[in-house]
Write a protein that binds this ligand. Structure first.
Ligand SMILES: Cc1cc2nc3c(=O)[nH]c(=O)nc-3n(C[C@H](O)[C@H](O)[C@H](O)COP(=O)(O)OP(=O)(O)OC[C@H]3O[C@@H](n4cnc5c(N)ncnc54)[C@H](O)[C@@H]3O)c2cc1C
Length: 447
């Protein structure tokens, strides 16, 4: 189907802003990921409006990928054949206050879900740095926020409805499907089209966010655990220079006994007196409110505000998960590379994530810290640097973020993901012919 046919076929849906976005692409722009560093390999993009449309499309096609909100930096979402977009399917299906769950259509983003949940008196346990991303895409790539007691976003999933390669709908739940469910949640888009996701919810809560500037590296070395555990969610930002961490973001729940005591100094860092962006040169207007102003969980857990550009925009990202017991060694290993890293960097972020039991989660059976890099958009330079960083982090079995840029070999991935062979079997059960596979999956998972 060419662009003209696409416009004709879907002109009936123009009223929806989603479709307008799709039409913006159809009117000439190349189909790219959010950061613009990746041009997808086909422009065949079909929006689905219903479960029947998903099933029909999957039955007809021999190869396809679902495209979420396109926030991955690598080719995990890419297809040479067809894309299915669930963007028009962005409704809440059911809120169950008794069971404390919410079920949503898979095209919904956190930015759409969170205000609704809050208005009903509920919250999610955690969010990523931005609310703009699709819930299904985030869960399937093990997207995470921070907090020593907080599992990644996929750990909130308690049930999935997936259209498998034969067009059939399967329902998997934590309660009924044990290991199969734990294998399917971080599914890397390999099992089928996630049509609905059910998430655990909890009573809504308020938060305060504080930012401290210039935490001495010496203090981090001495007090890493105390710093990371000082509040519900803690993020450390650094450019790796001057033996200090540029900013410490502390997100505290406003609850008696749990609230963070915001003293003017925090392990040698100074409490900021104005809102800041993690990349100091950029406007804090794009960031969630700081300086201890109380606000709802969904306006404090992400760093970036819905409706504003998150992070820098024109950038690349990489991120590595390291077991918590090696946190300091790993941080210091990267710090030693500072003069190679900093020239290509916008900012790095260090976060903590609790262990989980999801097969393909980088936190499978191990609590982790993550070392994240927001790079300037210079892939030739970054691609030379990643193997250097990966070599330093290899002794800690560092696992790359599934949705960001890495050069870790498929052989290394196999050696650090104990459940990978079982995941391959599970994928083959639901997709025997490899309908949902692409170059990324063939190389890193099935190769
Ligand atoms: C500015 C920025 C900030 C970020 N911050 C964080 C962060 O704080 N923490 C973090 O961990 N990551 C972060 N990321 C990474 C990223 O957000 C996730 O990996 C991303 O959310 C994936 O979701 P998506 O909908 O954009 O997926 P896409 O990139 O569109 O697709 C990713 C994968 O999901 C699959 N998929 C999507 N929807 C479905 C579906 N319905 N059924 C089956 N498969 C599906 C695709 O086929 C593909 O395999 C950030 C990215 C950006 C650009």
């Amino acid at each position: 189907m060419d662009k003209r046919t696409f416009i004709r076929l879907f002109s009936a849906l123009i009223a929806s802003p989603v479709i307008s976005n799709l039409l913006a692409w159809a009117s000439g722009d190349k189909l790219k990921n959010w950061a613009g560093n990746l041009e997808y390999s086909t422009e065949n993009l079909y929006p689905a409006n219903s479960l029947d449309q998903i099933r029909e499309f999957v039955k007809k096609q021999s190869r396809l990928k679902v495209l979420g909100t396109r926030h991955c930096f690598n080719n995990i979402a890419d297809s040479k054949y067809n894309f299915l977009s669930l963007k028009p399917m962005d409704k809440v299906v059911a809120l169950d206050p008794e069971a404390r769950t919410v079920t949503v259509e898979a095209g919904m983003s956190y930015g759409q879900l969170c205000p609704y949940l809050d208005s009903k008196g509920f919250a999610l346990h955690n969010l990523a740095s931005l609310p703009h991303i699709s819930i299904a895409g985030a869960c399937t790539t093990a997207t995470h926020g921070s907090g020593v007691k907080n599992g990644n976003l996929a750990t909130a999933a308690s049930a999935l409805e997936i259209v498998t390669a034969d067009g059939e709908l399967i329902k998997l739940s934590r309660q009924n499907d044990g290991e199969t469910f734990r294998g399917a949640v971080v599914g890397l888009g390999a099992l089928g089209v996630i049509a609905k996701v059910t998430l655990d919810i909890q009573p809504t809560f308020m938060m305060r966010q504080y930012v401290y500037e210039n935490l001495p590296l010496a203090q981090l070395k001495e007090h890493f655990d105390a710093i990371e555990s000082s509040a519900y969610s803690v993020s450390l930002f650094t450019d790796w220079q001057k033996q200090r961490l540029n900013e410490v973001w502390i997100k505290s729940r406003v609850e008696a006994g749990h609230a963070f005591d915001a003293t003017p100094e925090f392990f040698g860092a100074k409490l900021a007196t104005r809102n800041l962006h993690p990349i100091a040169e950029l406007s804090a207007e794009n960031c969630t409110e700081q300086m201890g102003v109380p606000g709802p969980w969904y306006e404090r857990l992400p760093h970036f505000r819905m409706g504003f550009t998150p992070s820098a925009g024109k950038e690349l990202q990489s991120e590595y998960f390291v077991p918590r017991e090696h946190a300091l060694e790993a941080i210091l290993a990267v710090e030693r590379l500072r003069d190679q890293v900093t020239p290509h960097l916008m900012i790095s972020e260090i976060r903590a994530i609790a262990a989980d039991d999801l097969w393909m989660s980088p936190c499978y059976k191990q609590a982790c810290i993550t070392l994240h890099f927001t790079w300037k958009q210079d892939w030739p330079a970054v691609s030379k640097l990643l193997p250097v960083i990966e070599k330093e982090l290899a002794p800690f079995n560092a696992r790359p973020h599934w949705g960001k840029l890495f050069t870790t070999s498929p052989a290394s991935l196999k050696s650090i993901y104990a459940k990978l062979p079982e995941f391959v079997q599970l994928s083959k059960k639901y997709d025997p012919q490899g309908k949902f596979r692409n170059e990324f999956l063939e190389r890193n998972i099935f190769g």
